[in-house]
Structure formats: C-alpha cells, structure tokens
Design a protein around this ligand. Structure first.
Ligand code: FES
Length: 178
C-alpha cells in the first residue's frame, strides 16, 4: 500500500478506495462523526416514540380483552362493614387487581378498579367530595358511573359488578365502558 495514501487512523486501509456511503455513515474525521451521531439520535427518538405509542395502544387493548366480562365470583367482604366504613378495598378479578367499593347514601353499593385510567396511580375515596380521587395529578371520578370529572383522566374507571348475598358481598364481573 502507498504509505502516503494509507489511513491516518489505522494505517492499514486506503481511504480513497473505500465506498462513499461507508464514509458518510462512519466518517473518519471527528467533525463528521458529530453529524452522524445526531442523525442516529433522531432516528432512535423517532423509532422510540413510535414503539411507545404502539405499546400504549396494545396495553389498552389487552386490558379490554383480559379483564372485560364475567369472572368467577369472589367474596370481597361484609355489606354491614362496608356500610359502616363507607368504603372498602379488595382485589378482583385477581390478587393483582386492586379495587374499591363505596357505600352510597341511598344504600346502593358501587365498586371500581382502583387503578386510575390516566397513569395507573391508586384512586381513593373522598367522603367529603363524595368521589374517587387520584392524588398523582388531582384526577377525580364521580361515583355513579366512574366517569372522570377533574384532572387529566379521560376514560371512566372499569366498574366491578357486585352481588349481595345476605350480608356478604361478592364481585362477579368487570365492565369497561369505551
Ligand atoms: S395517574 Fe391519576 S390523575 Fe394522573
């Protein structure tokens, strides 16, 4: 190899004979390398946001598919205790699904998933406001249908179907409104 034409970095290759595209993608000079790094970063960010959007969409789909419908009845506690306390936490349909039941002033019992539909923080019962409140971003849901009334949430909370058998309460299904 001609000594004068050999690469100043590795000393083995001849930069004049290498492919132009290769030079653009992996520039020998440090100044060019800076531009490639920026271009790669833009590609990475574009791909990353696309993947995040797809994962978000898929996650919502899985929730509908996985949780909507009827499940095996599960005993969640005593109706008398719920009336006394005002609200009660339980898990349904699995031990990984936190839920909250509230005793309404007219004696009706309502129950919802405790997972906020914004970014999944746990909602809590606020007796004074008579709603379910999400402390993460001040989200709020009314109790009649679980619809969002304040803050960033836009979707209602999934409703848990409750059945009263004597003094005992059972969760029997999950309803997700669109
Ligand atoms: S996570 Fe509930 S309002 Fe943001």
């Amino acid at each position: 190899m001609d000594e004068n034409k050999s690469c100043k970095h590795c000393g083995d290759c001849n930069p004049e004979t290498t492919d132009d595209q290769w030079k653009k993608d992996f520039p020998v000079e440090w100044e060019g390398d800076h531009y490639v790094a920026r271009r790669e970063m833009v590609k990475f960010l574009t791909l990353g946001s696309g993947l995040l959007a797809a994962a978000n969409w898929a996650g919502a789909g899985i929730w509908h598919w996985h949780h909507e419908g009827s499940f095996e009845a599960r005993h969640i506690g005593s109706a008398i205790a719920l009336q006394r306390e005002g609200s009660m936490l339980f898990r349904y349909p699995t031990d990984n699904d936190p839920c909250i039941a509230v005793s309404m002033p007219d004696g009706q019992i309502v129950a919802y998933s405790q997972v906020c539909t914004h970014l999944s923080c746990a909602v809590v019962y606020k007796p004074k406001e008579h709603d379910l409140f999400c402390p993460c971003h001040n989200g709020a849901f009314e109790l009649q249908a679980g619809r969002p009334t304040a803050g960033p949430p836009t979707r209602p909370l999934p409703r848990i179907v409750i059945e009263r058998r004597g003094d005992e309460l059972f969760a029997t299904g999950v309803e997700v409104s669109a």
